[in-house]
Design a protein around this ligand. Structure first.
Ligand SMILES: *Cc1c(COP(=O)(O)O)cnc(C)c1O
Length: 385
């Protein structure tokens, strides 16, 4: 049996390899603490679970869902965009429910990318931006992303022959994995660039509501002209501790939203309506649960950053996201430092190189580990390193 050629080009999923290493150590009876994957440790807030419990008993929710998302879900998403960002979107034409934003991002390639085309992806980024291209037999051009320029992906030096075939530019700020945030002028520049070159600008805004020190992240759709070229992805996963529920939405340029919807109509039949009901409770209900999570993550961030500084690891306290992005010490690569931390401290971190070429020389640590475990991990790193 022969699998597709594009499949062979995909390295094993980053976290799958790390999970296997952890399983090996745990099989030897060793307690391993993972700061690897970004998956909120706290439960989904009660009022959201209650909404689901109620919805699951309603027989009308037991049938096929509306493919684009229930009208009520799309209205809730539009309401969220209005109250949170002051952005008006048409729930009928400019909003699409997703089975997690990863699903939507992956399928965006099917809607816009032909074999041999290019996707512009940040050189440090969420892997599906480029893997989606690979699955379309298309290419990825990695836009440089350097510490000196605040980890803002550089689209000023893209070769003309790449630009000619470029169909989508992916950006995502607040950024996973670097924790970087983008000034709105950067978004304006990206919008102008994508307009000039007729490229769809896909903004991944999974961390819009997880920010610290008074920083409030924008939607790219707040910016003038964004709707002409941009689609934006929001997810209930991180702010509402709902990673397991698989519910998110895309919003923005009507052509892009409709094209993505057309792909999805033919591939999936939408997310369980009861889950959409829970997401409505999340998006339109009280937001103090999000504020509580931000306070918790900020505290964890501070203790982790302090510990890293104490062992001589360079990093900045991020203003948003649930990650600390740190430089590996002299003499190490991303992978060798991650391996050393696993062997000596039994702590899992993610090698930055797994996020793309410019991630080399960094590691990512996630703040989604319970306080006691995070403290223990910090102590282990201090004594082992
Ligand atoms: C977690 C994450 C997502 C999405 O998650 P879903 O659970 O698929 O909605 C999207 N983009 C980035 C950068 C993420 O870190």
């Amino acid at each position: 049996m022969q699998t597709a050629e594009c499949l062979e080009q995909i390295a094993p999923y980053l976290f799958a390899t790390i999970d296997r290493k952890r399983d090996d150590l745990e099989a030897q009876g060793i307690d391993v603490i993972s700061l690897g994957i970004g998956d909120p440790d706290r439960p989904t807030p009660d009022h959201i679970v209650e909404a689901m419990a109620k919805a699951i008993r309603d027989p009308k929710n037991h049938q096929y869902p509306d493919y684009a998302g229930s009208p009520a879900f799309r209205v809730a998403a539009a309401k969220y965009m209005k109250t949170r960002f002051g952005v008006d979107v048409d729930p009928d034409r400019e909003v699409l429910a997703l089975i997690g934003s990863k699903e939507g991002i992956a399928h965006l390639h099917t809607a816009f990318v032909n074999p041999g085309d290019y996707v512009l992806a940040p050189s440090i980024g969420y892997p599906v931006y480029s893997i989606g291209a690979t699955l379309q037999n298309a290419n990825t051009y990695f836009m440089p992303m350097k510490e000196e320029t605040g980890f803002l992906a550089d689209f000023d030096h893209i070769p003309a022959e790449v630009l000619e075939k470029a169909k989508i530019m992916f950006l995502g700020y607040p950024n996973n994995p670097t924790g970087a945030i983008a000034p709105v002028e950067y978004f304006d520049k990206a919008i102008a660039f994508c307009k000039e070159h007729d490229i769809l600008l896909a903004h991944d805004n999974a961390y819009s509501d997880l920010s610290y020190d008074g920083y409030v992240a924008p939607s790219i759709l707040e910016r003038t002209g964004a709707r002409d070229v941009a689609i934006e992805f929001f997810s209930c996963s991180k702010p509402y501790n709902m990673t397991g529920w698989r519910i998110a939405f895309a919003v923005g340029n009507e052509t892009a939203v409709q094209a993505l919807g057309k792909v999805k109509n033919n591939l999936d039949s939408g997310q369980f309506t009861a889950i959409q009901e829970a997401a409505i409770a999340a998006l339109t209900g009280p937001q103090d649960c999000v504020a509580e999570m931000c306070a918790l993550y900020a505290k964890r961030r501070d203790s982790l950053v302090d510990a890293l500084h104490a062992i001589g690891v360079e990093c900045e306290a991020p203003k948003a996201t649930i990650y600390v992005w740190a430089k590996v010490p002299e003499g190490y690569t991303s992978e060798s430092f991650a391996a050393a931390l696993l062997e000596k401290a039994h702590v899992i971190v993610t090698p930055g190189s797994g996020y793309g070429p410019d991630g080399e020389g960094f590691i990512r640590m996630s703040l989604t580990t319970p306080d006691e475990s995070l403290l223990e991990a910090v102590n282990r790193m201090k004594s082992a390193m």
